[in-house]
Design a protein around this ligand. Structure first.
Ligand code: GLU
Length: 437
């Protein structure tokens, strides 16, 4: 660990995502003249819902599962955010992720607040029937708290179009009418939007390409390493590879696939389509070497994209990082302490709340299409999304220069300020106190 950044400056548990996000928030508000009760009200979620529900398993035994929906802010519009299924899901983590959604939606200026949900379960060991029963039970448990103008869930880790279709089905049965706009990330055959599937990965690629150009790197001479080859990483890899970037490494739970001349992303995608376990296991092309998981972070590359899950770059491995620019594909892949060390080392980090916002931006397009009963074509959607993210990056760069801070704090400053403006306009702030940026 470097000299200037010491552990004592950060929260006690480095891997506590909610504490890390809160820390970014606390540091960012120092740049804003905020009333202390405004700060307090944004620190805590508006509502935290914890549910416990039975699910009959295939073996005839009924198990009890714990689920959450944390609704962080509705200042700028209905709550919005994904639902994840993972053994590590808990209320604290969901809380942190819900506030990230508030900042994300505000930063890219879409009319939503922020929320997150999840169920502690191990989807890898569950049958499709068990997942369906679990989803329907979880939906029933939170059904009064969601709705197209109230809280709009979407996919996240280990949930997908099928999960959203079950939620839509349960909710529509509950209200007695078809309510497409209650969830986003639905299949095209059920009110989903063209481009939603690709959106998060394409957005990451758009931001990464723009950042390369800003820093004077020629994309055609640039290299990238991508951690995660799922719903996010695989689309980012495709887009970057199409733009001429040499993708020298890609990893998933089956290991790191490395080839210094550049991997054939198209072939890898084909392999994944035919894979029985949804991983790159067994993938081979000439010149490829397999490396241990951790080695993805030590590669000498222009771009590093952690697109797997949170807490991947920490004080333990940050010194290995040899990339020029990191674009956060996942939510919270870098801990606060590692983030400070990277800044000190001059490694640019494009924060998650901008980099992976393509997903929720296209979710917003899906919702507006559902509410208005029309559909846009895919090129139109992708180009609107690209424009939004690139505009967001310009704004971040400008605020960073004005405030002399990192891109992450610039992002939080813009997002928080926009929310405070909305609180002012709604009359939620006493004595007409306004935020100054
Ligand atoms: N789960 C995604 C995220 O973290 C998408 C959320 C949404 O579309 O509402 O941004």
């Amino acid at each position: 660990m470097s000299v200037a950044v010491t552990k004592g400056q950060f929260c006690a548990d480095e891997l506590d995502l909610a504490a890390n996000v809160n820390e970014y928030f606390q540091k960012a508000v120092q740049y804003l003249e905020l009333d202390s009760n405004v700060r307090e009200s944004l620190e805590k979620p508006e509502r935290e819902i914890a549910v416990s529900f039975p699910v009959p398993m295939d073996d005839g035994i009924t198990r009890i599962f714990n689920g959450y929906r944390v609704q962080h802010s509705s200042v700028r519009g209905p709550y919005k955010g994904g639902i994840r299924y993972h053994p590590s899901v808990n209320q604290e983590e969901t809380k942190g992720l819900s506030s990230l959604m508030t900042w994300k939606c505000s930063l890219v200026d879409i009319p939503y607040g922020g929320a997150k949900g999840g169920v502690a379960c191990n989807p890898g060991t569950m049958s499709q029937n068990e997942l369906e029963r679990l989803t329907r039970q979880y939906t029933k448990a939170i059904i009064r708290d969601i709705g197209p103008r109230r809280d709009i869930p979407a996919p996240d880790m280990n949930t997908d179009e099928q999960t959203m279709s079950w939620i839509y089905d349960e909710y529509s049965a509950f209200v007695g009418r078809s309510e497409l706009a209650v969830v986003t990330g639905k299949p095209i055959s059920l009110g989903g939007s063209l481009g939603r599937r690709e959106s998060t990965g394409y957005g990451i690629a758009a931001v990464a390409l723009d950042m390369l150009v800003v820093k004077g790197y020629d994309p055609l001479l640039s290299t990238a390493a991508i951690q995660g080859f799922g719903k996010v990483g695989s689309w980012a890899a495709r887009r970057l590879s199409d733009a001429g970037i040499r993708i020298v490494a890609v990893s998933d739970i089956s290991g790191v696939y490395h080839k210094k001349e550049g991997l054939s992303i198209g072939q890898m995608v084909e392999h994944l389509k035919n894979s029985s376990n949804g991983t790159l296991e067994g993938y081979y092309e000439d010149g490829l070497t397999k490396m241990p998981q951790e080695d993805i972070f030590g590669l000498d590359v222009t771009l590093l994209i952690p697109a797997a899950m949170e807490n991947q770059i920490t004080s333990k491995n940050v010194d290995k990082i040899n990339a020029k620019i990191i674009v956060e594909g996942a939510n919270g892949p870098i801990t606060a302490i590692a983030d400070a060390i990277l800044e000190e080392k001059g490694i640019i980090v494009v924060p998650d709340i901008l980099a992976n916002a393509g997903g929720v931006v296209v979710s917003y397009f899906e919702w507006t299409q559902n509410l208005q009963g029309y559909s846009l074509d895919k090129d139109e959607i992708i180009s609107r999304m690209d424009k939004k993210l690139k505009g967001g990056l310009r704004e971040l760069l400008k605020t960073r220069d004005e405030k002399g801070t990192s891109l992450r704090f610039a992002a939080y400053i813009i997002a928080i300020n926009r929310i405070v403006e909305a609180m002012n306009m709604r009359g939620w702030i006493s004595h007409g106190k306004r935020a100054a940026i």
